[in-house]
Ligand binder design. Structure first.
Ligand SMILES: Nc1ncnc2c1ncn2[C@@H]1O[C@H](COP(=O)(O)OP(=O)(O)OP(=O)(O)O)[C@@H](O)[C@H]1O
Ligand SMILES: CC(C)(CO)[C@@H](O)C(=O)NCCC(=O)O
Length: 506
């Protein structure tokens, strides 16, 4: 698909599972230093092929539990989860993006994760289901870890502390269309992701909770599809509030992950380093099917101040009706070859080619989106789908940018972070939103985007396994740094230099 990078998991025509992450040689060397568990050929096996869902389910039913399959995941049965006295801890220290700067939804390395966690969390939205799950590094099954002495687990051999962590794993990001929820269930089932969840009330229990697996889930679908999950996978969905999760996910990414946030203006992408002490307040705009605007004042401190029903669902829905496109990506791709001047009424169309300088409008400014299609002599088929798609994209992106700015203005906020899958890493969408914010704020406010744009809610749900909140998630130990050995492929870096966050916490 020209210009649009294909999603590694959800392709244009259905599911495409990314089986391997190919890494360049210098990257491999660096990773070997940090992660001796990496395969010799530098590949990291992310998972296995999709297997026939029916056979998996049947097999599980026969076994009456989740099968014990040797794979890259942490132990599969709930009673094998580490629970010696205290609850397994999620260790986000040194969390870092894996992959190049250009990769969307990249995996996040958790190099210091030592407790056995088997976390899968879901955000089931109106259009898309988002999954975040943890897997151990390949080649070091957790059982091996158990056999190690305490010294070995701490990385101390022959009295010397090793320079690399023994354990660790990755956060993976996967999405499915909500209308194809069965594919999502098949995926979970084939990787047995649902088998590690345990009844959240039983974390401290010494005994096995006897099988009632629980998965954290957010979004409207956590309610709508609860019975289906129970029926198909035998798991209960532990529902977390959508707004709580969006904010928790955004705060985690902005605090803990370097090279997450970036600006996008006139085709130029620039990473922004966030000063932890100067993050709040900000406006979070999540552009999903509909749009939520949330003023964020701190961890767990926020207010949904506005929203609009003209969002991603509107672009995809109206676009599909008007262009007969078969997929969202196809519609987006069409827009790249479009010329909106055939559809939109420009200031110049009204003013005989002239600018309207007195109120700051150039002749090329859109005076009225779709305003040129009022001609009685033309039918829908007389317009190019490419042009329709571009006009629609501009109309919706600009409108969201403008409403966002107005809400930022209401509360005196200077920074607006945009998430949600409508953005899709699409340059023109981001440029249009940025332009609207820049234009209306006269440069005072700034639009920023997130690489894990659509996974904020799922990440928040993932972190809600740890009810204590971010501060207890060893966030004080987070040391921001470059993704290990990742080649620099573009984007300048702005903002204050990052230091060891321990300094800031003490
Ligand atoms: N492959 C895709 N299929 C459908 N929509 C897509 C796809 N990729 C991107 N989109 C866009 O992403 C939007 C959904 O974004 P997102 O997943 O963040 O929201 P959601 O959680 O489904 O919606 P809501 O939060 O309103 O329930 C769609 O409306 C569409 O504009
Ligand atoms: C209803 C939700 C929150 C579901 O995710 C979302 O689609 C949304 O924010 N819609 C906009 C609703 C409104 O405020 O007009």
């Amino acid at each position: 698909m020209a210009g649009l990078k294909e999603d590694p998991v959800l392709g244009i025509d259905g599911i495409k599972l990314k089986e391997e992450v190919e890494l360049g040689t210098p990257v491999i060397d660096k990773l070997r230093e940090d992660h001796p568990v990496l395969q010799n050929d530098g590949t990291v096996i992310e998972g296995e092929s999709l297997i026939n869902s029916k056979s998996v389910i049947d097999k599980l039913r026969e076994e009456g539990s989740c099968g014990q399959v040797e794979r890259d995941m942490v132990p599969l049965t709930s009673n094998s989860i580490h629970r010696s006295g205290s609850r397994p801890q999620l260790d986000l220290s040194k969390a870092a993006i894996e992959g190049t700067f250009e990769e969307r939804d990249p995996t996040i390395l958790l190099p210091n994760q030592s407790d056995d966690i088997l976390h899968l969390a879901l955000d089931i939205g109106g259009s898309l289901i988002k999954l975040v799950y943890f897997s151990r590094h390949q080649g070091l099954p957790t059982n091996d870890k158990r056999k190690k002495t305490v010294k070995e687990r701490l990385g101390i051999s022959n009295g010397n502390r090793r320079s690399y962590p023994i354990l660790g794993g990755r956060l993976h990001f996967v999405k499915f269309e909500t209308s194809k929820i069965n594919e999502c269930l098949d995926f979970i089932s084939s990787k047995q992701l649902h088998c590690g969840g345990v009844d959240s009330h039983s974390w401290h229990s010494e005994t096995s909770p006897n099988g009632n697996a629980v998965i954290k889930a957010t979004g409207g679908g956590a309610y709508k599809f609860a019975d289906l999950f129970k029926e198909r996978l035998g798991v209960s969905l532990d529902k977390e509030d959508e707004m709580d999760c969006l904010v928790a996910g955004a705060n985690f990414l902005l605090k803990a992950i370097r090279h997450e946030a970036f600006t996008h203006m006139e085709g130029q992408k620039e990473f922004v380093q966030i000063d932890q002490n100067d993050l709040f307040p900000y406006l979070l705009v999540n552009i999903g099917s509909g749009v939520s605007m949330i003023k964020v004042d701190g961890d767990g401190k926020f207010e949904r101040v506005s929203g609009t029903n003209v969002g991603g669902g509107t672009y995809w829905g109206l676009g599909r009706l008007l262009t007969k496109c078969k997929s969202f990506d196809e519609l987006l791709e069409l827009s790249q070859r479009g010329d909106n001047r055939t559809i939109d009424m420009l200031v110049g169309d009204i003013y005989g080619g002239m600018d309207y300088n007195k109120i700051g409008l150039s002749a090329s400014t859109i005076a009225s989106s779709f305003g040129k299609t009022i001609s009685e002599k033309k039918e829908l088929t007389d317009y190019r789908p490419e042009d329709i798609s571009l006009s629609l994209l501009r109309m919706i992106s600009y409108n969201i940018g403008q409403i966002s700015y107005l809400n930022a203005l209401r509360f005196g906020l200077k920074r607006i972070f945009f998430g949600g899958f409508f953005i899709r890493g699409h340059a023109y969408t981001m440029d249009t939103i940025s332009f609207a914010v820049q234009f209306w704020s006269k440069g005072e406010a700034q639009a920023m985007f997130l690489r894990h744009e659509g996974f904020l809610g799922a990440l928040g749900a993932f972190m809600s396994y740890e009810k204590h909140g971010l501060d207890d998630l060893m966030v004080h130990q987070l040391v921001e740094r470059f993704p290990m050995g990742a080649p620099y492929t573009g984007g300048k870096i702005h903002g204050p230099p990052l230091g060891d966050l321990n300094e800031k916490a003490s």
